[in-house]
Design a protein around this ligand. Structure first.
Ligand SMILES: Cc1ncc(COP(=O)(O)O)c(C=O)c1O
Length: 331
C-alpha cells in the first residue's frame, strides 16, 4: 500500500494492505511466518522453529518456484495470451502455477497421472488449470512418473507455438527462488543463529537453493534432508531411488539424509495438529520425525524446519493411514 508520499509501505505489517496477490508472494520483506515448536521439541536446549509455507497465497512452498519460473518465462517473452504453459504436476506446483497464470492472463495445462485422486484434479481445475490426464501405464511410479514429464515435454515440442514448459525438475529458477527468498528469510528471521536446516526432497529446489544460500553465509550450517521409506505415498516427496527425475538434486550440499518410515509422517502430522495447533501436512510430519532424532542426538542448536503445506488437502489420505479417525464420524 502506498502512503501519502506515494512510497511503498512495504515493511509495516500492521498497516500493510497488498495491491494484488503477487505482492503477497513471499520475499525477505514479506517472509512466511516462523513459529517455535514447544511441546514436540525433545530437547529444551535446542531452539526449534517451523517455517510455515502454507501461509503463502496459494498454500504451499511451491508458490516460490512457480512465481520465479513464471516471471522468467515472461521476462524472456516465452508466454503471452496465445502461448500458455504446460507442466507435469499433480499437486502444489500445479495449483500455484494455475492460479498465478490465470491471474496474469495465461493458460495453464497440467499433465496429471491418472492415479491422482479426483479431489486433487478438481483442485487444479478450480485453480484454473486445463487437465490432461495420463493413463496408468504411463505413470508407474507413485506421485509423478516419467510418463507425465515426457508427455508434457512432447506437448511443449510438438505444439511449441501453443505451450512453453517451465519443467520444475530441471529448471534452475526453481533453485533460484529459494536462493533469493527462502534462504534470506530464514537468515534474517533467525538473525544468523541457524545451525541446522531440516527439509524434504521433492524436486529438490528447496534443499538446493536454501542450502546454497545458507552455506555461503555460514558454512557450519548442517543441512539435513529427510526422505520417506520405499513404497511411500506422500505427495510431493521422493526417496533417493526416485530422485533421478530431478536434475536439481546436489548431494554435496546435504550433510545427512535420513530415511524415515513413511507411516510416521501421518502420525506426526496428526500430533502437530493436536499438540502444537499447527495444521501441518504429511511432509511436515516426516520432517518433524527426522528432526526429532537429530535434536535428541545434537542437543544444542537453532534448527529450522521448512514445512511445505498444511493438512487440508489430505483428509482422505490421513483416513487411509489412520483409520481410527473414522470413529465417531457417522451416526
Ligand atoms: C507437500 C510437499 N512437500 C515437499 C515438497 C518438496 O519441495 P521441493 O520440490 O522444493 O523439493 C513438495 C514439492 O512439490 C510438496 O508438494
Amino acid at each position: 500500500m502506498s502512503d501519502s508520499t506515494g512510497e511503498m509501505n512495504a515493511t509495516n505489517q500492521q498497516t500493510r494492505v497488498y495491491e494484488d496477490v503477487f505482492e503477497m508472494l513471499p520475499s525477505e520483506e514479506n517472509p512466511s511466518p516462523m513459529v517455535r515448536i514447544n511441546r514436540l521439541n525433545p530437547a529444551a536446549s535446542f531452539s526449534l522453529y517451523a517455517k510455515l509455507e502454507w501461509a503463502n497465497p496459494f498454500g504451499s512452498v511451491k508458490d516460490r518456484a512457480a512465481w520465479q519460473m513464471l516471471q522468467d518465462l515472461e521476462g524472456r517473452g516465452e508466454i503471452n495470451q496465445d502461448r500458455g504453459i504446460v507442466e507435469p504436476t499433480s499437486g502444489n506446483t500445479g495449483i500455484s502455477l494455475a492460479a498465478l497464470a490465470r491471474a496474469r492472463g495465461y493458460r495453464l495445462k497440467a499433465v496429471v497421472p491418472n492415479k491422482v485422486p479426483k479431489e486433487k484434479k478438481l483442485m487444479l481445475k478450480i485453480a484454473g488449470a486445463e487437465l490432461e490426464v495420463v493413463s496408468d501405464e504411463l505413470c508407474p511410479a507413485p506421485g509423478l512418473g516419467d510418463g507425465s514429464i515426457n508427455l508434457a515435454k512432447t506437448y511443449a515440442k510438438a505444439q511449441g507455438d501453443r505451450y512453453a514448459m517451465p519443467n520444475q525438475y530441471e529448471n534452475y529458477q526453481n533453485v533460484a527462488a529459494h536462493i533469493q527468498t527462502t534462504g534470506p528469510e530464514i537468515w534474517r528471521q533467525t538473525e544468523g543463529q541457524i545451525s541446522h536446516l531440516f527439509v524434504s526432497l521433492g524436486t529438490c529446489g528447496s534443499v538446493t537453493g536454501i542450502a546454497k544460500f545458507l552455506r555461503e553465509k555460514k558454512p557450519s550450517v548442517k543441512v539435513i534432508a529427510i526422505q520417506p521409506s520405499e513404497g511411500h505415498d506422500i505427495p510431493g516427496l521422493r526417496n533417493l531411488s526416485q530422485l533421478e527425475a530431478s536434475k536439481l538434486f546436489d548431494r554435496s550440499l546435504i550433510d545427512e539424509i535420513l530415511e524415515i518410515d513413511f507411516e510416521l509422517a501421518y502420525k506426526r502430522a496428526l500430533e502437530l495438529c493436536q499438540t502444537e495447533g499447527l495444521l501441518a501436512g504429511p511432509s511436515c510430519g516426516l520432517i518433524l520425525e527426522g528432526t526429532r532424532h537429530v535434536v535428541e542426538r545434537d542437543q544444542g542448536g537453532c534448527g529450522v524446519m521448512v514445512f511445505p503445506d498444511n493438512i487440508f488437502k489430505y483428509t482422505a489420505t490421513m483416513l487411509k493411514h489412520l483409520p481410527e479417525l473414522e470413529e465417531g464420524t457417522s451416526v
